[in-house]
Design a protein around this ligand. Structure first.
Ligand SMILES: Cc1cc2nc3c(=O)[nH]c(=O)nc-3n(C[C@H](O)[C@H](O)[C@H](O)COP(=O)(O)O)c2cc1C
Length: 464
């Protein structure tokens, strides 16, 4: 089996994937609003040789019908949540190789503002930035907060395609590679022949102007996507170089993975041009009994009310208000669909009942896969999961901070390396090189963003 990708999943908040782990005596995630908390973590992840730190984000929060869900506030689940952008330069300053993948939603800011911020960060991190493109979990509250109406699910993805076009044109097409001169003696900062306006007149967004920055090491940040609904997978096939998928039942994950690879092929790209990474919790200890005890302790910190609040925030569906002995009505939601599709009848299996859905969500969380056992047991299960699903790697979800990561680094990673499943050292210097190999800092030619590149470097002379 080829080496896998391993990223760390975090968000600017007290931790917990399954339950409210922040309340554990050893957990330090309540320090999430201090810079030192993050710089220490980033150094830990880099010295372990992990690929990247992913910071999830959403402007949404758990609420239903305009009312806050009290359990979310009380248990620190989805509320509070800080902006991931400002901490990245502090972490970049104390690391050299670790990548950073940051989430922004295409429903919040103008595309040009987003493009400029990511370009600036790609410079400040020397090419270690990725953009997790989402149309936004908890869409209803996010829209209301921004003074907007909730846009229909599939339209959000149509808009996201158009949004990404604007960003790609700015990153790929506004400056030539040799425009920057910085000749002090001649007084020439940049060559005017190498900087030009881009034009975009799309179905949802218009933009006329420049990216007001010279090209960054990657130009376009590594493009990542999360959201595995049918329309989300189409979007991923066109745009994403890495996709975060939820874990859970291997046959369901395998279908998601195959769906994304098929839509990449339909977009003229190779099936393996997209890295599929699955969110998973690793609860491990030197002995099986200790690992099981840690798992039991984790479940004791997870309440039905907290789980239902997270589920409601993500899907708009209140599991506590439904008849526990019926399945989810197969009605669609205009909020996030992955966590609804997850619990519908499929492959001849009947749809689970609401009481089972709640228990499954309480014990496995939003991303679904929990591996419990000794390092060898966990790696055996992980290998089996990879074989069954064709995923390319994992996002190590937060439970105890830093305990769960220490266990992963000290116990699991050595077994992975012994079996050749985790790379031993960093490849190249940019995030794209780390995932795709040295010399591959820029978008590949098969990606549609390449068509927007400056004439002479690639695909055509028109940026418009
Ligand atoms: C590992 C993983 C990480 C995710 N991170 C985010 C995130 O940071 N922000 C967000 O809005 N959605 C995130 N999502 C996606 C949401 O769960 C949700 O599916 C999506 O926003 C709605 O799109 P969909 O209808 O295509 O599922 C993530 C999903 C997975 C599997």
């Amino acid at each position: 089996m080829k080496p896998l990708v391993f990223g760390i999943f975090q968000y600017i908040a007290p931790n917990g994937t399954v339950g409210s782990a922040w309340q554990h005596p050893s957990d330090t995630s309540h320090e999430y609003l201090t810079i030192a908390h993050w710089t220490k973590l980033a150094q830990k992840f880099e010295s372990a040789g992990l690929d990247f730190l992913f910071l999830a984000d959403s402007y949404g929060f758990p609420a239903l019908d305009g009312e806050l869900l009290e359990a979310a506030v009380r248990e620190g689940r989805g509320i509070p949540q800080g902006d991931p952008m400002p901490i990245v330069t502090a972490m970049a300053a104390v690391t050299e190789k670790l990548g950073f993948i940051l989430t922004t939603s295409t429903t919040v800011e103008a595309p040009a503002a987003n493009a400029r911020r990511f370009a600036t960060l790609d410079h400040f991190t020397a090419g270690r930035i990725g953009w997790n493109i989402v149309t936004g979990s908890s869409g209803a509250t996010a829209a209301a907060l921004m003074g907007k109406d909730l846009i229909a699910h599939d339209v959000r993805y149509d808009m996201a395609d158009d949004y990404v076009d604007v960003c790609l044109k700015l990153w790929e097409g506004s400056w030539s590679d040799d425009a920057l001169v910085v000749d002090k003696a001649a007084g020439v900062y940049a060559d005017p022949a190498g900087v030009r306006m881009i034009d975009h007149d799309g179905p949802y967004y218009r933009a006329h102007g420049i990216l007001n920055l010279p090209p960054s090491p990657q130009r376009t940040p590594l493009l990542v996507q999360a959201g595995a609904s049918g329309r989300g997978r189409d979007f991923a096939g066109r745009n994403a170089e890495a996709v975060f998928v939820a874990g859970g039942v291997p046959s369901v994950v395998a279908a998601n993975v195959a769906g994304v690879r098929a839509s990449a092929v339909a977009a003229g790209r190779a099936a393996d041009s997209v890295k599929l990474l699955v969110g998973a919790l690793f609860i491990t200890a030197p002995t099986h009994e200790e690992a099981v005890a840690k798992h039991t302790e984790m479940l004791a910190m997870s309440t039905n009310e907290g789980a239902a609040a997270i589920y409601a925030g993500n899907t708009g569906i209140d599991l506590l208000a439904l008849d526990p002995d019926l399945p989810l009505a197969q009605t669609s939601t205009e909020m996030g669909q992955s966590n609804v599709e997850r619990y519908l009848a499929k492959d001849g299996t009947p749809a689970p009942l609401v009481r089972d859905i709640l228990e499954n969500f309480r014990t496995t969380g939003i991303n679904g896969s929990v591996f419990v056992g000794t390092p060898e047991e966990v790696v055996d299960a992980l290998e089996e999961f990879v074989r069954a699903t064709d995923v390319d790697g994992f996002l190590v979800q937060p439970h105890l901070t830093p305990g769960t990561y220490d266990d992963f680094i000290e116990l699991v990673l050595p077994v992975l390396r012994e079996r050749g499943l985790a790379p031993g050292e960093y490849r190249g210097s940019t995030l794209r090189e780390q995932l795709f190999g040295e010399g591959r800092s820029r978008l590949p030619e098969s990606h549609r963003g390449h068509d927007f590149a400056w004439a002479g470097t690639t695909g055509g002379d028109s940026a418009g």
